[in-house]
Design a protein around this ligand. Structure first.
Ligand code: IMP
Length: 338
């Protein structure tokens, strides 16, 4: 079997995603226990205990989620669809513990001023960052205000330089990979997440660009988080993995003897509520209890992976260059059987 370095994987003939690759421990690990492993990082100037960012979707991140994630050492980006943003600034003072908010392309100065004066990170929440209007908005915000700006999404590093020129501090990487995303079906656009990440990572390294990379969409497990980080992401953005937790907006529903919460795409009918072009699904996910338990499970899985791979820090994990490309049957063999 061939062991691929990240650079070699970037040249692979097919587009690859999380289930296509696996990390191979090829050396004796010096890590004694998981507790020795450090997964702390600095992301957009914020100290993260776990490199997890929540997706700014209306069924994922409202104020309660953003606050709880901040308590857990992660980053929550409040969505722009429900009343969360209004609530956030309702009585003159911003609600404590919220570090980032998303805005639409048409966000007005009155909102941006409040965001900037409260030192919050801005996420311009669009489907396609490779768009002149998005880049103009980013440039305008960066010129007027002292804020960090996240743009998105891209699937390839070809335009990374232009994003950096527009002042973007971070970019969401992934088109078509989200679990409620129908973009690829509706448009034929998008490639596998691992290929997207590796391409953007090497573009940034080779062109010496200063921009942080967020793996966005398609992450199903702590194992996928490890793969995203070793493919070059600085942080992972989660939708479905956080959906269904107590802190998400929306009610718990009892159906068929089980508890559920709604999870839907930002471009789904339920969000748009009109006959626009729909690129997202709506679904129900099992109720999961507190988001803290999800974050802890991710943290444990990531630390365990790092102990297998002889890594004491996320910086070391990014340098680990030992990937296997899985055949379908070796992928299936990895799954537990009943
Ligand atoms: P998940 O973690 O796989 O569920 O993916 C979440 C990501 O899917 C989000 O952060 C967005 O990038 C993307 N996304 C959210 N809503 C939609 C949609 O309606 N259409 C396409 N992609 C979406």
């Amino acid at each position: 079997m061939r062991i691929f370095s990240k650079r070699e994987l970037n040249e692979y003939s097919l587009s690859l995603t999380y289930d296509d690759v696996s990390l191979i421990p090829t050396e004796i690990s010096r890590v004694k226990t998981r507790s020795e492993v450090n997964i702390k990082s600095k992301f957009l100037g914020i100290d993260l205990a776990v490199p997890v960012v929540s997706s700014p979707m209306d069924t994922v991140t409202g104020i309660a989620m953003a606050k709880e994630l901040s308590n857990s050492g992660c980053l929550g980006i409040v969505n722009r669809f429900d009343s969360s943003l209004t609530e956030l600034f309702s009585n003159g003072n911003v609600v404590e513990g919220v570090q980032a908010v998303s805005v639409s392309l048409t966000a007005e100065d009155s909102l941006l001023e409040k965001i900037a004066s409260n030192n919050l990170i801005v996420c311009i929440d669009t489907a396609n960052a490779n768009n002149a209007h998005v880049l103009n908005k980013c440039e305008e915000i960066k010129k007027k205000y002292e804020v960090k700006v996240i743009v998105g999404n891209i699937a390839h590093g070809g335009t990374l330089q232009q994003l950096v020129d527009a002042g973007a501090d971070a970019v969401r990487i992934g088109i078509g990979g989200g679990s409620v995303c129908t973009t690829s079906i509706q448009t034929g656009i998008g490639i596998g997440q691992v290929s997207s990440l590796i391409d953007c990572y090497f573009t940034r390294e080779d062109q010496k660009l200063k921009i942080e990379l967020i793996a966005d969409g398609g992450i199903k497990s702590a194992g996928d988080v490890t793969k995203a980080l070793s493919a070059g992401a600085d942080a992972v953005m989660l939708g479905r993995m956080l959906a269904g937790t107590k802190e998400t907006p929306g009610e718990v529903i009892k159906y068929a003897d089980q508890l559920w919460k709604k999870y839907r795409g930002s471009a789904s009918f339920g969000v748009k509520m009109k006959g626009e072009f729909i690129e997202g699904e709506e679904t129900m996910v099992p109720y999961k209890g507190s988001v803290k338990s999800v974050v802890n499970a991710i943290s444990d899985g990531l630390k365990s992976a790092m102990s297998y791979l002889n890594c004491e820090s996320l910086g070391e994990l990014k340098q680990k260059d030992k990937f296997a490309v899985l055949s379908t049957s070796s992928y299936l063999e990895r799954l537990p059987r009943k």
